[in-house]
Design a protein around this ligand. Structure first.
Ligand code: GTP
Ligand code: MG
Length: 312
């Protein structure tokens, strides 16, 4: 970080060290600080502080991108099959890389079944709807079942169930802090283990449990937003799929408006790129409704959860 700061011309090593100790760890933090703060923190004249801030503004990477570069990046977007053609069609070919896809729905609606199926499917070659990579599951509800994964892998001739299990890394989170830290540390693992899919199942349950009954939801929301922005960054920087689940209670007596009521209020808002509402129909039948997407029409797809996994 000190080297980062030193790259802003006008900051020598001693000044960089003082600034860093005062909490100014990157150009952005200096660019948005006041002249008085910087001069006090680094023990330098106001004139010099002013110059440093100007340089920092030039050096700060604020994420401006031209649309044609973005278009180039969009060309790299890969798609991961759900296992059901109907479901894939709803998503224009499957879950997109560089995005977060959220499934929300009542208990038993299939959120975790889809998670396990995706962890298998990501290992398929690209021609078969996979991403030729491995999966990382941040499991906060401890509902991951290796036996179920083996069952789901058996339908694909090219996959060896034992290898499929080896290629799935499980991280068990016991608190929302665990969960956040695991996402932050995932970056290293992603390169090391060729991870193309990061799952957080469930995204919200630990946050809900820990903040239940507390007066203010603002700090929970803030933490969750930070967590989501970590996940967005993982998806974006590594061109991978991020899949998250969110339990909501269904209100079958409501015929108008939003038929769902998230437990503990709307804490996700619109931070996932694709939001899918899942509901249980008769027996194995499930209905997925695409609620929110930047580039796809809303619509519904019918699929099933059987002993084989997610199918048409
Ligand atoms: P919560 O985590 O409780 O919010 O629910 P969820 O949405 O994650 O539900 P999950 O994905 O765990 O779905 C569980 C349901 O999948 C069960 O109630 C069954 O209906 C179905 N299911 C699970 N395993 C099998 C199986 O081996 N065969 C069949 N036919 N269905 C299964
Ligand atoms: Mg579940």
């Amino acid at each position: 970080m000190e080297e980062d700061l030193e790259e802003i011309s006008g900051i020598g090593p001693a000044t960089a060290k003082k600034l860093e100790e005062a909490g100014y760890k990157d150009p952005k933090s200096i660019a948005t600080a006041s002249v008085g703060d910087i001069s006090a923190a680094a023990d330098i004249s106001e004139a010099k502080a002013k110059k440093i801030i100007e340089k920092a503004k030039e050096a700060a990477d604020l994420g401006f991108e031209s649309a044609d570069l973005l278009m180039e990046k969009r060309k790299e977007v890969g798609r991961l099959t759900t296992g059901s053609q109907n479901f894939d069609k709803l998503l224009n070919g499957g879950l997109e890389t560089q995005s977060i896809t959220e499934c929300f729905g009542a208990f038993g609606s299939g959120k975790s079944q889809i998670a396990m199926q995706l962890a298998v499917n990501v290992q398929l070659p690209v021609e078969q709807g996979g991403l030729d990579g491995n999966a990382l599951i941040i499991d906060s509800e401890h509902t991951f079942r290796p036996e179920r994964v083996v069952q789901m892998a058996k339908r694909y001739e090219g996959l060896d169930p034992q290898k499929v299990l080896k290629n799935i890394t499980i991280a068990r989170a016991y608190s929302s802090d665990d969960q956040m830290l695991m996402a932050e540390k995932a970056q290293e693992l992603i390169g090391e283990k060729n991870i193309k899919l990061v799952i957080v199942d469930s995204l919200t349950s630990l946050f809900r449990a820990e903040y239940a009954g507390r007066g203010t939801l603002a700090s929970r929301q803030q933490k969750l937003n930070r967590h989501l922005s970590t996940l967005h960054r993982l998806a974006d920087l590594n061109n991978i799929v991020v899949y998250v689940t969110n339990q909501v209670m269904s209100k079958p007596d409501m015929f108008f408006g939003d038929p769902t009521q998230p437990i503990g209020g709307h804490i996700l808002g619109h931070s996932a790129t694709f939001r899918i509402y899942l509901r249980k129909s008769k027996a194995e039948k499930r209905i997925a409704r695409l609620i929110d997407s930047p580039n796809l029409p809303e619509g519904e797809a019918v699929f099933k959860i059987t002993s084989e996994g997610v199918v048409d």
